[in-house]
Design a protein around this ligand. Structure first.
Ligand code: GLN
Length: 447
């Protein structure tokens, strides 16, 4: 723990942590040490873990990197936190992220952008940017993030770590600040597949506090990592032929495909003709869900409150106008419009239908193949400030990640080395609902 405290102090310029839990982490570490001595320690004893600042940890501040929740103290712990602590992990602090997890570059945070550790002029990715940089720069052993449309996998790809988003419903969302509830899922950022596997074993599984969590048994993922059976892998043709795809990413993925073949897997190129509908469908539905979820921040129940308001209505208006940042407001307004009586059928209903089509298409594909392979991002980490002024450019960065969230399937981003400029490159693998072990074992044997 002292080692990580020193690392954090030396890396303050990266802006990865919103807060380091010096006191509670030390107390936990001492308690765990005693358990280790008595040989009663849990599975995660010795693991020092950072948490994205949208996960509630009782008695600690949680802000979702928003002024709206500045100073808000979590009244209870998320299920994922309870489970980490029950297995004796040490929670070292809360990590910077995009405001309410809305963003893909960590530039919408009220606390400023997180810097990529390989090039401080470049973004960490987002929204779990602090989580990715904390693992990249060795500020903790592993980190939790959340992935609504790529927020674990995309920053992992930009920072050269492993980003794992399990099946929707595999991990409880209780105590995780909601963005778009039918998409949100907790995921892990680690530097090894085995760390991801052991974390999954602890985090996954039924929870009486969240009825969307599956009752399916949780496999002992960490014991299944060496299952080396050949897999049928489908490469999504349109993603590899996309004009937006950076040539160095493309060629590193082609090399990875050659390696998969050498390892005995059967790789086939298949067509996926719904690519252009992914980003629009994702943004219509997530904006709608966000506008509903964020209606609870009224200046009365949580966090920030305007102090000069003269009436209840102006208290609501001023608190929300001052408490939320630009991107969050944009999405609330867009979502409110999408859900309004005159446009509900044209946008919300339509997008739900398209989501259904996309899901059915993926189900057919995943009945014929074990794994789907595609890029994580069209480009490596871009410069801070480069895309933030044009939301549509920023949204298009999510083209390859939102597929797994629209369909609920598990997905992993694994590193493929660096480009000529030293920036991390990566590839994404997707498997069937609740086939996490397929992704973990395939990634483990590949790396
Ligand atoms: N970049 C995507 C968005 O802005 C994904 C965010 C996320 O997964 N939390 O919505």
């Amino acid at each position: 723990l002292d080692y990580y405290f020193e690392q954090i102090a030396a890396s303050e310029h990266l802006n990865a942590f919103n807060e380091v839990f010096f006191l509670s982490a030390k107390a936990q570490a001492l308690a765990v040490q005693e358990k280790i001595d008595r040989k009663t320690a849990g599975k995660l004893a010795g693991m020092v873990i950072g948490i994205k600042d949208n996960i509630c940890y009782k008695g600690h501040i949680v802000t979702a990197s928003s002024k709206m929740l500045d100073g808000f103290v979590a009244p209870y712990s998320a299920t994922v936190i309870e489970r980490l602590l029950a297995e004796d992990a040490v929670i070292i602090g809360r990590l910077n992220c995009d405001e309410f997890a809305m963003g893909g570059s960590n530039e919408t945070s009220y606390f400023g952008p997180v810097k990529n550790a390989v090039d401080n002029q470049r973004v960490s990715g987002g929204s779990s940017g602090g989580s990715a940089v904390a693992v990249q720069a060795d500020l903790c052993l592993a980190a939790l993030g959340t992935d609504t449309g790529g927020s674990v996998r995309q920053p992992a790809a930009f920072c050269g770590c492993i980003g794992f988003k399990p099946t929707y419903g595999r991990i409880s969302r209780y105590g995780v600040i909601a963005y778009a509830s039918s998409f949100d899922q907790v995921g892990t950022l680690t530097s090894s597949v085995s760390d991801a596997a052991i974390l999954m074993e602890v985090l996954a599984g039924a929870d009486t506090h969240d009825s969307t969590v599956s009752n399916k048994d949780v496999p002992a993922y960490s014991t299944l990592l060496n299952e080396g059976n050949p897999k049928r892998i489908a490469v999504l043709k349109e993603t590899m032929e996309s004009e937006a795809l950076d040539p160095e990413i493309k060629s590193s993925i082609e090399q990875a495909i050659a390696l998969f073949k050498e390892q005995g897997h059967e790789v086939t190129e298949v067509s996926f003709d719904l690519l252009e509908y992914l980003v629009p469908t994702y943004y219509v539905l997530t904006a709608a869900e966000a506008s509903s979820n964020l209606s609870r921040y009224d200046g009365v129940h949580f966090g920030y409150r305007n102090t000069s308001a003269k009436s209840l209505n102006s208290l609501y208006k001023l608190s929300r106008a001052e408490g939320f940042g630009t991107e969050v407001k944009r999405r609330i307004m867009l979502g409110t419009f999408i859900l309004s009586a005159g446009y509900y059928d044209a946008y919300y209903q339509k997008a739900q239908k398209v989501r259904r089509l996309i899901r059915e298409k993926m189900e057919v594909l995943l009945s014929e193949y074990d794994v789907v392979l595609l890029p994580v991002t069209p480009t490596p980490a871009f410069k801070i400030g480069e895309n933030i002024k044009d939301p549509l450019v920023m949204y298009m960065e999510d083209i390859f990640t939102v597929l797994a969230n629209l369909t609920g399937v598990p997905a992993i981003a694994i590193p493929l080395g660096n480009n000529a400029a030293g920036l991390p490159l990566s590839v994404q693998l997707i498997s069937r609902h609740f086939a996490e072990e397929t992704l973990l074992s395939l990634s483990n044997s590949f790396l």
